[in-house]
Design a protein around this ligand. Structure first.
Ligand code: FPP
Length: 234
């Protein structure tokens, strides 16, 4: 765990600032989300070229259900649009789609296309795109605890961290090495609370729809300059 990698294998991104990007241009917020969804494809391509193996993007949080109904509906309809638009690219480039979060919260029309796309791409091995949908870090830990309580084969006695980690949404995925947040806020916003424990954090003022290959490279360069100690003295 304490081996420093030259570039991060797994990058997590809080894709913030779609609304501000749109407002600055006099567009409705939905135009910002549309541009933001399109940008995922561009950043996946750049991440693959840079040698990153896995990207987790925060697309919809458990708190986002409290947004105005029209905005929630727009974001839900973006899910099938995004899957349909990305499928060809994912098949051509060996990209596997996954999700973390409470998939059962999603409307049926969105969940169906999502599950079909996950199934269609499940044997792709070059890159993993993991989309957090109806995701909350506390919800994930709570769901893990409930899954342990409901598992007749659960480990007996005091649980270890490794035991708990096995019940998270994607227990086979390595923890993110780097977490990028766009649009300047200095918060975790309930994102991957367990998995980001030792991640390097990088915040840029750039709004998500403007976050391009050069912006990603800046984040990777910043990561390369960090000294990861994992609590140890080197
Ligand atoms: C934050 O911007 C962004 C979100 C809450 C949604 C992120 C969603 C996407 C990038 C596209 C959705 C993709 C799929 C696959 C559904 P904000 O609205 O909070 O921006 P603001 O802080 O400037 O208002």
């Amino acid at each position: 765990m304490s081996e420093k990698k030259a570039f991060p294998e797994h990058v997590a991104i809080i894709m913030d600032g779609n609304g501000r990007w749109a407002k600055r241009r006099g567009f409705p917020r939905s135009a910002g989300h549309l541009a933001g969804a399109k940008n995922i494809s561009r950043v996946v391509e750049a991440a693959m070229k840079a040698g990153v193996k896995m990207l987790t993007v925060y697309a919809f949080s458990t708190e986002n259900w409290k947004r105005p109904e029209a905005e929630v509906t727009f974001l839900m309809h973006l899910i099938p649009r995004f899957c349909n638009r990305m499928l060809k690219k994912m098949m051509e480039n060996g990209i596997r789609l996954r999700t973390i979060g409470r998939a059962n919260d999603l409307p049926e029309f969105a969940r169906k296309v999502l599950l079909d796309t996950i199934e269609a791409t499940k044997n792709n091995t070059a890159f993993t795109l993991n989309v957090a949908l109806s995701y909350g870090g506390r919800a994930e830990i709570t769901d893990a605890v409930n899954a342990i309580l409901n598992d007749p084969n659960r480990p007996q006695g005091a649980l270890t961290e490794a035991d708990v980690a096995k019940y998270l949404y994607a227990p086979d995925m390595p923890d993110p090495d780097l977490m990028i947040r766009t649009s300047g806020e200095l918060r975790l916003s309930n994102f991957m609370l367990w998995e980001l424990s030792y991640a390097e954090l990088y915040v840029t003022q750039t709004h998500w729809p403007d976050f391009d290959a050069a912006a990603l490279q800046e984040a990777l360069d910043a990561y390369a300059g960090r000294n990861r100690r994992f609590g140890e003295v080197k």
